[in-house]
Design a binder for this molecule. Structure first.
Ligand SMILES: *[C@@H]1O[C@H](CO)[C@@H](O)[C@H](O)[C@H]1NC(C)=O
Length: 456
C-alpha cells in the first residue's frame, strides 16, 4: 500500500515538474504586432505620413565646434588613478587627459575633414510612424551592378559610424564575392540623427516595426539583415515578426536569453567537446563562472540605463569629457583581454579618430539619454513578457562569434530559435565592434553566409 502511494505521489510530482519546466522552455507563438503605431509627438490628429525621402547632410556650425574646444580647454578636476591601476576601476583618467588634449588640439581643428568623411556616404531622412528616421543608403556603382547580383541589406547597430569601413567594402566588387549589396544603415530611433520616441514603450519590437517600414519605404520588401549589439536583437526581432521580409539574418552577437539556452550551456559545460566544433573555441563559451563574472563586471552601465537612464544622461550631457569617458570605456573593453589595459589600445584596434567621430555624433545630436532609455524600455515587464527569444524564426541565420564579444549561444541552443541556422563560425580574435575592428573578416564571413542563405 505504502509503495503504491509513493509511486502515485512520484508520478504526480513528475507531472507537475514536467509541466513547470515545460512552461519555461516550450517555444512560444509569434505575438501580434501593430505595424503602424504612431510614435510622433502628441496625438495623431489626421496624421498622414509624408512618404518623401530627403537627402541629409551632417553639417554643424563652426561656433558649436569652437564652443566644444573651449569646453575641452577648461581645467577639469580629475582624480589620479590608483597606483598601478589602468582601466580596472573604469576609464583611466590619465589616458583620458591625453585623449582630451588630442581631441581639442588635433581632432577638432580638422573637424571639417571629419565631417566630410561622415558625409562621404549618402545620407537621407524619411518619416516613419511620426518619427524622422535617418539612414545611410549606399548603392553599388553601375559597373558593379552589371557584374554581380545586387542584394538589399539592412545594417543595424547603435551608431552608424561603426559601419563606414564595412559599408565601403559591401558596395564594391572584389574577386572573392558573388554579391554586391545595396546597404541601408539607419540610426536607430533615439540614436544619432534619428528622432527619439516621446513616450514610454519604444522597445525592440517597436524598433523592428519601424525598421521594417523603413525598408518598405525605400522599396525593399525582401532584404538581408546584419547586426551586432542592439542591431542583433532588433535583427532577430524583425526575423521573428516579419520572416516574409527577410532573406537571411547574420549576427555578430548571437546571444540568446532563454531558460532552455541556460540549461543547455550548463549541460555543455560538463562535456564541451560534444557541443563545439573544436576544443579551440572553448574560451568563447566557458568556463561559465568566468563568463558570468565578466558580464557582471562589465554590465553596470546596463543596469543604470535600464533603471535610471535620465539621471546618468544628465551627467553625460553636462560634460563632453564625461560623455567621452563613458562611451570610450566600452570601446576600450571591447579591444579584448590582453589589450584592454593598454593606453593606446583603442587607437591600435580601431583608430582613435573613428572613436572620436562616434563620440562627436552623440555630443552633437545630444542623444545619449534617449539612446540609454532603449535599455529601460527593453527591460520593462511588458517587453520582457514577450520572451521573443523563445519564438522560433524560420529565416536562414548566420552567426559569427568573435573572441572577445559577449558570451554567445551554442549552436545547440541557437537552433531552438533559428532552426535554419545555415552558417556558424568562430574567430580567435576580434571583439564587440567587429564591423569597425575587422571589417574585411566580417565581410568575408557575411559573403559566405549570403551564399548559403540565398541557396536556401
Ligand atoms: C586654452 O586656454 C589657454 C589658456 O587659458 C589659451 O591660451 C588657449 O588659447 C586656449 N585654447 C583654446 C583652443 O581655447
Amino acid at each position: 500500500m505504502k509503495a503504491i502511494i509513493c509511486i502515485v505521489l512520484l508520478a504526480i510530482s513528475a507531472f507537475w515538474i514536467y509541466r513547470g519546466v515545460n512552461h519555461f522552455i516550450k517555444p512560444l507563438p509569434k505575438p501580434e504586432v501593430d505595424t503602424n503605431t504612431y510614435w510622433g509627438p502628441g496625438k495623431p490628429v489626421n496624421y498622414e505620413a509624408p512618404t518623401d525621402i530627403v537627402p541629409f547632410e551632417i553639417k554643424y556650425d563652426q561656433t558649436i565646434i569652437d564652443d566644444l574646444r573651449v569646453q575641452l580647454n577648461r581645467t577639469w578636476k580629475y582624480t589620479a588613478p590608483l597606483e598601478n591601476i589602468k582601466f580596472e576601476y573604469g576609464f583611466n583618467s590619465e589616458a583620458l587627459r591625453h585623449i582630451v588634449e588630442y581631441w581639442r588640439d588635433y581632432y577638432l581643428p580638422k573637424w571639417s575633414k571629419h565631417e566630410d568623411y561622415l558625409n562621404s556616404l549618402p545620407h537621407f531622412k524619411t518619416e516613419i510612424q511620426g518619427l524622422k528616421i535617418h539612414f545611410i543608403h549606399a548603392k553599388p556603382s553601375e559597373a558593379a551592378r552589371k557584374e554581380k547580383k545586387v542584394v538589399p541589406m539592412l545594417l543595424l547597430h547603435g551608431s552608424v559610424r561603426e559601419f563606414y569601413e564595412f559599408i565601403k567594402i559591401l558596395v564594391e566588387v572584389s574577386d572573392v564575392n558573388d554579391y554586391v549589396f545595396e546597404v541601408i544603415a539607419p540610426s536607430l530611433v533615439g540614436y544619432g540623427f534619428s528622432d527619439a520616441a516621446p513616450r514610454p514603450g519604444f522597445d525592440a519590437l517597436q524598433m523592428a516595426a519601424v525598421m521594417r517600414n523603413l525598408m518598405l519605404r525605400v522599396g525593399f520588401d525582401k532584404f538581408l539583415i546584419q547586426g551586432g549589439d542592439w542591431g542583433s536583437i532588433i535583427g532577430s526581432t524583425i526575423s521573428t515578426l516579419f520572416p516574409e521580409n527577410v532573406i537571411g539574418f547574420h549576427s555578430n552577437m548571437c546571444v540568446l536569453h532563454t531558460p532552455l539556452a541556460t540549461i543547455k550551456s550548463y549541460i555543455a559545460s560538463w562535456m564541451p567537446e560534444q557541443f563545439l566544433p573544436a576544443r579551440f573555441f572553448y574560451d568563447h563559451h566557458f568556463p561559465l563562472k568566468d563568463k558570468y563574472k565578466f558580464l557582471i563586471l562589465e554590465s553596470g552601465y546596463f543596469h543604470i540605463q535600464a533603471t535610471k537612464p535620465d539621471t546618468i544622461g544628465i551627467a553625460l550631457e553636462a560634460s563632453p569629457i564625461a560623455l567621452a569617458a563613458y562611451i570610450m570605456e566600452k570601446f576600450q573593453t571591447a579591444t579584448g583581454v590582453g589589450r584592454n589595459q593598454e593606453f593606446n589600445a583603442m587607437d591600435k584596434t580601431y583608430k582613435l579618430d573613428a572613436i572620436l567621430d562616434n563620440v562627436m555624433i552623440y555630443y552633437l545630436t545630444g542623444t545619449v539619454t534617449t539612446a540609454g532609455r532603449f535599455y529601460a524600455e527593453n527591460l520593462a515587464s511588458n517587453s520582457l513578457a514577450l520572451s521573443l527569444d523563445r519564438v522560433p524564426s524560420p529565416v536562414p541565420m548566420g552567426c559569427a562569434r568573435f573572441q572577445f564579444d559577449l558570451p554567445p549561444a551554442l549552436d545547440w541552443a541557437l537552433r531552438d530559435k533559428f532552426p535554419n541556422l545555415v552558417h556558424s563560425t568562430y574567430f580567435n580574435q576580434g571583439g564587440h565592434f567587429a564591423a569597425l575592428e575587422l571589417p574585411g573578416m566580417l565581410y568575408i564571413n557575411f559573403q559566405e553566409f549570403v551564399k548559403k542563405a540565398i541557396a536556401e
